[in-house]
Ligand binder design. Structure first.
Ligand code: DX5
Ligand code: ZN
Length: 218
């Protein structure tokens, strides 16, 4: 059985007690950090200085999801800060191949995200440049939204392309992941799952991580 990865999103955590909140999910595979700039998405969260502090105290590696405009300019700084995996949005990058190479050159895993309405096909030739492809399963910007089932065919097509290309690209989904929706996303081919409210909304976040991992592994 292939075990999946569960990356809790701290967007649903208590931002005033982040260090303690991180310790509650020390059994996670990585911690998903949502960076929003109020331009690419209509919400504002945290920037590089806070991400650096999270990085310093986190028991698990960081998976930064940059929902920011002008990714070409800002994303490399997160790699320089030592963030393990840096994901930029394809819609926010002028030169995604160049940017992915730059992230890898600076020692990070290169991730690229697609909004629900963005087709994956134009990007399939660049799969070898990526370590992670994120298919958003809600419109980015806020936690607690409902999983969009209309993204399932795109997840399936991305999985087929990744398997066909023979490259080791993780297929991540983010948005509305619960113990129920994770099963459909996993069936479609996703193997890395971001969950905010399903983890931090639970009484015991570590237990929620284990339950999601069991439901999403196949
Ligand atoms: C939304 C963020 C997500 C969010 C997921 O734009 O990218 O990472 O925290 O939250 P849930 O799991 O509650 O949908
Ligand atoms: Zn996210």
């Amino acid at each position: 059985m292939a075990q999946c990865c569960i990356n809790p999103s701290i967007l649903s955590a208590d931002f005033v007690n982040l260090e303690a909140e991180l310790r509650r999910i020390s059994n996670a595979d990585a911690v998903h950090v949502d960076v929003m700039d109020n331009h690419f998405v209509p919400n504002l969260t945290i920037g590089l200085p806070v991400v650096q502090r999270i990085q310093a105290v986190s028991p698990v590696p960081l998976d930064a999801h940059l929902m920011i405009a002008d990714a070409d300019r800002w994303a490399p700084g997160f790699a320089d800060a030592g963030v393990a995996s840096v994901t930029f949005h394809a819609e926010a990058s002028i030169a995604p191949i160049k940017l992915a190479r730059e992230l890898r050159a600076r020692g990070a895993k290169a991730g690229m995200a697609l909004r629900p309405g963005t087709a994956v096909e134009p990007y399939l030739d660049m799969l070898p440049e990526l370590d992670l492809l994120l298919i958003m399963t809600v419109e980015p910007g806020f936690g607690g939204q409902s999983f969009l089932d209309l993204t399932l065919p795109k997840i399936r097509r991305a999985r087929a392309a990744i398997d066909g290309s023979g490259v080791a690209v993780a297929l991540q989904v983010d948005g509305g992941i619960t113990e129920e929706t994770i099963v459909r996303a996993a069936e479609a081919g996703a193997n890395v799952f971001v969950a905010g409210s399903a983890v931090y909304g639970a009484e015991d976040p570590a237990q929620a991580v284990e339950r999601l991992r069991a439901a999403g592994s196949r």
